[in-house]
Write a protein of this length. Sequence first.
Length: 429
Amino acid sequence: MITTSIQPLEAPSPAYICPLDQACSYLEAAARELKLDQGLLQILSHPRKVVTVSIPVKRDNGEIEILAGHRVQHCDVLGPYKGGIRYHPAVTLREVSALAMLMTWKCALLGIPYGGAKGGIALDPKRYSVGELERLTRRYTSELIKDIGPSVDIPAPDMGTSAREMAWMMDTYSVNVGHAVPGVVTGKPLSIGGSLGREMATGRGVMIIVREALADQGKSLADVRVVIQGFGNVGSAAALLMHEAGAKVIAVSTGSGGVYSETGLDIPALKAYAAENRRSVIGFPQAIPINNAELLTLPCDVLIPAALENQITEDNVNQVQAKIVAEAANGPVTLVANQALEARGVTVLPDILANAGGVVVSYLEWVQGLSYLFWDEERVNRELEHLMVQAYHQVIKHSKIRQIPLRLAAYTLGVGRVAKALTDRGLYP
Ligand code: NAD
């Protein structure tokens, strides 16, 4: 097991599955497959820079609360750092470090000239007013001002954040440097240089990868029943696009529970319902309530965990009935569960491939911004389609040639490209 300098800020519970240990295990497996030099492995297993800042936020009642904000920059050998900002109570430095590492392999796998980074604040956004969220986002950005920038590190939305937070980050950065810098973030609103197609991009990428995997099995989306955990940015977009392609989306959930319909949910109506009900799907008419544990083990063809890490574990993996599991979230299947699924012949479409649509369109947004030339949505979707399909087929080919599972194939491609770039650049000094 690789040792790492990042320690948990709090004592983990005995059941805690450390995302950073898991990320390092996947890296080690890829390194073994590639027969990677031990020195290179040591470099790749440590983040280049770790920043933790205190964020004092004035609550609406006048009290001051101090939050911890992190930004981990894993590896910039291929280009500027890139990665989302997560607002969630379970955020820890180890989680952010793991997610930063995944971003490095994801960008390399998709052939995007970025390095991996991730940021996060441990908070429940639902407990804060819009004004409080704006104040804490601006302070967090200001604390990171020397560490981010359009050619340094480019944040994007992740769980609990959206275009709104990116607009506040872009404005704070721009005011501090004295001129407008749209390229400092991606996933921005269209009014300040966002890209058409970005909001749906991660879900669209998931749909494309699932569609390709089904095609390899002689099926189409119109033939399958789909279950989706998480109905936020990624889960709801994937649900809508699969529904439009003819799939029967039979269950979806949010943090507070889900809904099930054997005949398939009316996804456009469900999206409208969630928008009016504080993003909850509970109480949606013509559907049966279902909890998250039940949802993961429903009989279906495709299971898409699109919420949190560690949702399919050794405790529930034997009950999972799907034939394809597409990791729309980062790390939703644990290492042990992944081995069990692979051993049973379930196709696991790994996160660094399946959810890469977001960073692909973030890259396209950045390119459009730098060239001051904006594309129509059809062109954005076409480029996304091309890069996702290309990466999918590279992973399949690699898996066949090396006779290894898809996750190891994806990691081997991503890690191998970064290691090659590192070797070509050489070690300074
Ligand atoms: P989001 O905040 O928009 O949505 C998250 C959804 O998960 C919500 O519906 C929430 O209610 C639900 N959820 C939270 N806790 C849950 C629980 N315990 N059980 C079931 N559902 C729960 O977040 P998002 O942007 O859709 O991100 C979801 C996942 O996708 C994350 O793992 C994120 O890292 C990953 N991801 C997001 C993007 C992106 O572009 N947004 C890109 C790549 C990967």
